[in-house]
Design a protein around this ligand. Structure first.
Ligand SMILES: *[C@@H]1O[C@H](CO)[C@@H](O)[C@H](O)[C@H]1NC(C)=O
Ligand SMILES: *[C@@H]1O[C@H](CO)[C@@H](O)[C@H](O)[C@H]1NC(C)=O
Ligand SMILES: *[C@@H]1O[C@H](CO)[C@@H](O)[C@H](O)[C@H]1NC(C)=O
Length: 150
């Protein structure tokens, strides 16, 4: 099982490098590589033409999901995104759009309290949706699109 998965992953990686060709950097698109508080992730975001798109960011600290419930999780996600934005040369002040994924809409009000308190005004446009499952033992994941100031 393990070796088959391993082989499959290796083949995918090989195939991926063939698709990507010898130049690994996408022209004009910078990968934001901050891994600090998120642990092992593929990338924190991608930036081009004065914009950065973050990955769906989860409430981890040094690779471990924080405890303390939805409010603590929301605060950690917002801090993690702040670090990704900082690496891209921007901040929450320049975020244009967020998408909030909640494991259950029952957490909406509690999430919103922290979100409203931590984010600067005017708030970015936001979509908040309940998703059936998130890919780990956590209740919220947020992605953001931000302008990078000159
Ligand atoms: C996270 O890791 C950094 C660097 O190893 C360390 O300085 C920091 O204390 C850690 N934070 C927590 C909360 O474990
Ligand atoms: C999932 O997270 C909750 C809240 O942080 C915790 O109480 C529970 O033990 C965790 N479950 C697993 C399987 O890690
Ligand atoms: C909340 O999260 C922080 C990390 O952001 C953690 O240090 C703290 O223990 C958590 N609080 C609770 C009540 O679990």
């Amino acid at each position: 099982m393990f070796s088959i998965t391993c082989l499959f992953t290796a083949l995918l990686a090989l195939f991926g490098s063939v698709i990507a060709g010898p130049v690994h950097k996408r022209q004009g698109i910078e990968t934001v590589t901050y891994l600090g508080s998120q642990g092992s992730i593929l990338s924190g975001g991608a930036a081009a033409k004065g914009l950065v798109y973050t990955a769906g960011t989860v409430p981890s600290l040094n690779g471990t999901i924080v405890s303390g419930g939805i409010q603590n999780e929301t605060a950690q996600v917002i801090r993690n995104i702040a670090v990704i934005l900082a690496e891209a040369g921007t901040s929450w002040d320049y975020v244009l759009k967020t998408t909030v994924f909640l494991a259950t809409m029952d957490d909406y009000s509690a999430m919103n309290e922290v979100y409203a308190a931590m984010l600067p005004d005017p708030k970015p446009a936001r979509t908040a949706v309940e998703v059936g499952r998130l890919p780990g033992n956590f209740s919220v994941e947020i992605e953001a699109i931000a302008a990078i100031p000159e």
